[in-house]
Design a protein around this ligand. Sequence first.
Ligand code: C2E
Ligand code: MG
Ligand code: MG
Ligand code: MG
Length: 286
Amino acid sequence: AAKSDPDRSYRLYDASIKDPRAERRALEGALKSAHDNREFELYYQPILDLATNRMWGCEALVRWKHPAKGMVSPLQFIPAAEESGLIGQIGDWILEDACSTAMSWDLPLKVAVNLSPVQFQRRDVFSSVKQALDKSGMPAQRLVLEITESVKLTEEATATLKRLKALGVSISLDDFGTGYASMSYLRSFPFDKIKIDQSFVRGMMDASDSRAIIKATIGLANDLKISTTAEGVETEEQLNALRLAGASQAQGYLIAKPMSREAIATFISDLRGTWQDKPSRARATG
Ligand code: C2E
Ligand code: MG
Ligand code: MG
Ligand code: MG
């Protein structure tokens, strides 16, 4: 179908389009039709709770199933979706789809959803979240929203996040340590969780500075009574070191890769009891 539609084949990075603004416009047009044609899909990456060795939940990660180019990474289209404002509609869809998918799982696990700073400009985020919860029937306690320092904590944004917390939704600070003002950002809002950026985890076995930053972050989080998730865990060594350092949760390819809606449902059903019951299954999936 993709080949027979010439209109489609030029979209997303066509080298023949020399004007970068024209290229951006083409990408934005393609995103609009991708949304209309339901070409976005959420993948889910399991997160392991280190204290109990049970699955804690999943992070929802959007993909664009492009008819011609296959799976496109969010890093390649979220910026254009933000610039064009389409992230408002796409973000609403992501919230609804993540909640309804989580409601179909055999276990009442958490689902973490990433929010773009532009969603706060384009949408009444409280209403968007409330609608996703109401439509799906998912308890607010199962929803975790991930924001980064790029969300400006204006009075309005802070009030929105506080109302969401009052509903029972948790708020995570994603990519911690990569921004410019991590400490003051932490002070501006009572986050429930810090996600330690994968760049620190990647460096932790051979760079003492990364290791020191991870330890300090976990110590700080403990003092603030905030939990921590380490991202990008790829080796047993890293996992063991993170356990020792006292991280609450771990997420990464070692544990499982992001997987489709169908695959995650099977993964969760097969897992049932503790993670420990089926470590090989857990590792082999995805
Ligand atoms: P993020 O929220 O920090 O998500 C974690 C990223 O790390 C994901 O990339 C995930 O696939 C990747 N990852 C997980 N484990 C490992 C590992 O062990 N090694 C390595 N090298 N990578 C790992 P992904 O799915 O490409 O997403 C990239 C970013 O795009 C996300 O970073 C997030 O900022 C954004 N994003 C993804 N989905 C959404 C969404 O639904 N809405 C919004 N607004 N942004 C999203
Ligand atoms: Mg995230
Ligand atoms: Mg992250
Ligand atoms: Mg990131």
